[in-house]
Design a protein around this ligand. Structure first.
Ligand SMILES: [Ca+2]
Ligand SMILES: [Ca+2]
Ligand SMILES: [Ca+2]
Length: 200
């Protein structure tokens, strides 16, 4: 009888302890999850969100890329959009959208690294925004060769005022870490991959 009571007591202690550990884990995971993706915390000079639609195309087809930018905290920014080498920027497709109005946009620089190609826009928010706090960049990419599981990403960096923008971006050292990205697939790989997916 004595040992049974002890067993029950230790069981209870075990579950209470487990409860504390689980509660702690929930608090920790909530704290971590709320940080990076939250709109209250801009990463670098501005908040950016990128959407690619459609996310599956074949070569010769185009996809629309939309970048939303707000919470800009620098006087001059470089918006770098990176995409797989199996896609190309469609000439003259880039537009800024400010307060519902569309304006022609660069890109001001472009280049191809080893695996990733880039277009870059240098923007002075005070000139572009005219009192608005946010804007969009719209552009199109065309598929040129198979991309199995690609990402189109955006990284906003500071535009260095001491370096001429014509010479600032180097695709060999793009200083590019996407702060947001979206999926893209191009070509036959896109059609065949659905059969291997178990999630539906
Ligand atoms: Ca950045
Ligand atoms: Ca510059
Ligand atoms: Ca960067």
């Amino acid at each position: 009888m004595n040992t049974a009571t002890e067993k029950r007591a230790s069981f209870k202690a075990y579950f209470v302890g487990l409860g504390y550990i689980m509660a702690f884990a929930v608090v920790v995971s909530c704290g971590a999850g709320g940080g990076a993706g939250s709109r209250g915390d801009p990463v670098g000079p501005a908040f950016a969100e990128i959407t690619v639609f459609p996310s599956v195309i074949d070569s010769g087809d185009r996809t629309d890329v939309e970048v939303f930018i707000d919470q800009i905290v620098e006087d001059a920014i470089a918006v770098k959009i990176g995409f797989p080498a199996g896609l190309q920027y469609v000439t003259e497709s880039a537009m800024y959208e400010v307060g519902g109005e569309l304006y022609d946009a660069g890109p001001d620089a472009a280049g191809a690294g080893t695996d990733v190609s880039f277009v870059v826009f240098y923007i002075e928010p005070e000139d572009l925004l005219g009192g608005e706090e946010s804007f969009f960049i719209h552009l199109q990419l065309v598929g040129v060769s198979d991309v199995a599981d690609g990402r189109v990403g955006v990284d906003i960096d500071i535009d260095d005022p001491l370096v001429d923008n014509d010479e600032e971006f180097d695709p060999a050292t793009p200083l590019y870490d996407a702060q947001d990205d979206d999926d893209i697939r191009v070509g036959q790989v896109a059609a065949s991959s659905s059969s291997s997916s178990s999630g539906g």
